[in-house]
Design a protein around this ligand. Sequence first.
Ligand SMILES: NC(=O)c1ccc[n+]([C@@H]2O[C@H](COP(=O)([O-])OP(=O)(O)OC[C@H]3O[C@@H](n4cnc5c(N)ncnc54)[C@H](OP(=O)(O)O)[C@@H]3O)[C@@H](O)[C@H]2O)c1
Length: 286
Amino acid sequence: MTFTVTAASGHLGRLAVQALLDQGVPADQIVATARTPEKLADLAAKGVQVREADYSKPETLANAFAGTEKLLLISGSEVGQRVPQHTNAVNAAVDAGVKLIAYTSAPYADTTDLPVAPEHKATEEIIRAAGVPFVFLRNGWYFENYTENLAPALQHGALLGSAGDGKISAATRADFAAAAAAVLTSDGHENAVYELGGDEPFTMAELAAEVTRQSGTEVAYRDLPVDEYAKALVAAGVPEGFATILAEGDAEIRKGALFIDSGDLRRLIGRPTTPLADAVAEVLKK
Ligand SMILES: NC(=O)c1ccc[n+]([C@@H]2O[C@H](COP(=O)([O-])OP(=O)(O)OC[C@H]3O[C@@H](n4cnc5c(N)ncnc54)[C@H](OP(=O)(O)O)[C@@H]3O)[C@@H](O)[C@H]2O)c1
């Protein structure tokens, strides 16, 4: 059996390769791909096969996917380019005779109004049309989206957003990676759509309270109108287009776009998901 993980140079891909190793897959049965294979030297040193794969360069994908039985197709990070890029990847997977495509999608991708969702919805449709058995891993937000950006909140005593009291079923990247590895290494997931989120949803105010509790620094959540939040993000150095996506995303989160109570993540990883308190502690100790 050969398992291929794309975008293995990214945070999630690297964790997914590690999760496959942790679940006992021999290193030489894992192919890790990246646009720049040199970034994967550490995995090559562990015996993982390393190959070049750029979603924008179909000629790299045929070689990358040769011999693959199960493919973890991690969505690319070039927003706006991803539909043609993922189409290239799916076509290459079909040509290579891949038996299962597990794709990292977004929560409720086919019905949500989250601004990042249309490319995921389109990719899911392309995969369904390809006729290869699939698994849609509709990953909720990473805890790390919040915890890796706590420095300004601690500095100013304020966490900004437009998410109101929207509940966020976030989870660690490591938990999402463990779920991805589990669907590759166990049977019975063909054509499943998993809505993946953490066991204990939190609001932004609850996140601020947890940061306050653990850091000893008073951090309050300040809920802003969408346009003001977008302006605050731009002022903090976030590029304008991305700031708009984030702020408009918060407007959907306020309405419940990231509340996920399927229990799918917990079931796939076979244990409770990592709690918010642990994710906050992890970054504060650094
Ligand atoms: N659920 C969430 O909260 C959330 C948050 C952010 C992103 N995402 C999505 O989840 C994916 C994985 O998350 P992450 O944290 O691992 O992101 P990340 O650390 O930013 O990694 C993105 C990965 O995509 C690769 N990539 C970008 N364009 C590519 C292309 N044309 N061909 C092949 N690979 C390409 C990058 O390769 P290089 O090393 O060559 O740049 C990198 O390995 C992201 O790409 C994005 O689609 C989800």
